[in-house]
Ligand binder design. Structure first.
Ligand SMILES: C[S@@+](CC[C@H](N)C(=O)[O-])C[C@H]1O[C@@H](n2cnc3c(N)ncnc32)[C@H](O)[C@@H]1O
Length: 252
């Protein structure tokens, strides 16, 4: 009798934790299933075709998606603006500028801003929407083409959509560009859901690594760049706890 009551007390005390673990496992499995379709959808398609389709169909909603608005955008912009002032940055090349909602809030601080994207569709939309004398909208694939020279290169929520081989090509092109600094901002899972860094994706596309418990950390293998995580911004939604990690890679 005594043993039975001791056991039932342990079971009762442990049940909230068991429940939490079960909930976490179910959420994780569901995310993988949802993502499997998203991760595979653009397999075999060229980069330009993929991102044109995403913008044409509004796969992320309007423009570049929710990650480009709200607290994550505000705090990222504040970080970059301070960085520009501290390091006396005069010129920027933005890799994967998307709908330019973020870039448009930085351009007043610099002499020249090269806003580049692999999607011809979004570049044409931006040219019609924005008329800024110091901004050039440039259609290019950062995996394959030389990047316009600038003091600072920014890459915000771009690498997370690409395979590890594509990310490596972009980092190599960034290094060849002669820029002094590169700021990379990436969507990371919550600490609880983190399985490991840089788990490869089957293809580039609309999906991102946090749904498979991973995220792009450019200081970790296979990239291993001498970059520092300068800041993490937590998702304001307490149910999510996902993060935006901001890396600074000083190349000179
Ligand atoms: C999620 S959006 C982010 C847009 C913007 N940086 C922001 O934070 O709002 C990702 C963008 O990266 C662009 N992109 C993806 N691969 C690229 C590549 N290889 N070269 C240039 N742009 C690329 C996509 O077309 C898309 O506009």
């Amino acid at each position: 009798m005594k043993i039975k009551s001791w056991k039932s007390q342990v079971v009762r005390a442990a049940s909230p934790f068991v429940h939490e673990i079960g909930k976490y496992k179910r959420q994780f499995r569901r995310k993988i299933w949802i993502q499997r379709g998203i991760l595979d959808r653009f397999k075999g398609q060229a980069l330009e075709e993929t991102f044109d389709t995403i913008y044409r169909e509004g796969v992320w909603g309007k423009g570049s998606g929710l990650g480009s608005e709200g607290l994550w955008a505000d705090e990222y912009i504040a970080f970059v603006r301070k960085f520009i002032e501290d390091k006396e940055v005069r010129t920027i090349t933005d890799v994967g500028c998307g709908d330019f909602g973020v870039g448009a809030r930085i351009i007043d601080l610099v002499e020249a801003y090269n806003a580049t994207d692999v999607s011809a569709l979004i570049i044409e939309r931006n040219k019609k929407k924005f008329d800024c004398p110091n901004v050039k909208f440039i259609h290019l694939d950062a995996c394959a083409h030389a990047l316009p020279a600038a003091d600072l290169i920014t890459i915000r929520q771009v690498l997370q959509h690409l395979t590890n081989a594509e990310i490596e090509s972009i980092l190599t092109n960034v290094e060849k560009s002669g820029a002094k600094f590169c700021i990379v901002a990436e969507h990371l899972p919550s600490e609880k859901e983190f399985v490991g860094p840089n788990i490869d994706m089957p293809s580039h596309g609309a999906g991102i690594r946090p749904f498979i418990g991973s995220g792009v950390l450019i200081d970790q293998p296979p990239f291993s760049r001498a970059a520092n995580m300068a800041m993490t911004i937590h998702d304001p939604d307490p149910a999510s706890r996902e993060r935006l990690g901001i890396f600074v890679y000083a190349m000179q």
